[in-house]
Design a protein around this ligand. Sequence first.
Ligand code: ZN
Length: 130
Amino acid sequence: MDVVEISSQRRRQLIDITRFVQEAVAGSEVSEGLCVVYVPHTTAAVTLNENADPAVGDDLLEAWAALVPAIRWRHAEGNSDAHLLSSLIGASVTVPVSEGELALGRWQAIFLVELDGPRRREVWVSCLRA
Ligand code: ZN
């Protein structure tokens, strides 16, 4: 497993980590298989989406913020919105590996989703041979 360390700059932020994951795939020497990208955090997430137009990421962040209900949160740390979105978006994605490369769609990139930054985050990348 490779550990990629990322520092976020804002409370909520999408960070394109595709190149770091591809480096981990290259280092794993897996040519055909699966790559699991996982964040060991409860206020961050990982997702696949478009990186060509940065407005897509801005729209996602605004839409996710709009999903947070105005309820009385009990968690004293005050970041239950981040915990909620972490669960909704998810802590991992799995991407096929073909010929030693991430088999992403033309418009797809892998994003770390920061939901309670700025913080130092880890992304754990595991490559499995098929
Ligand atoms: Zn918390």
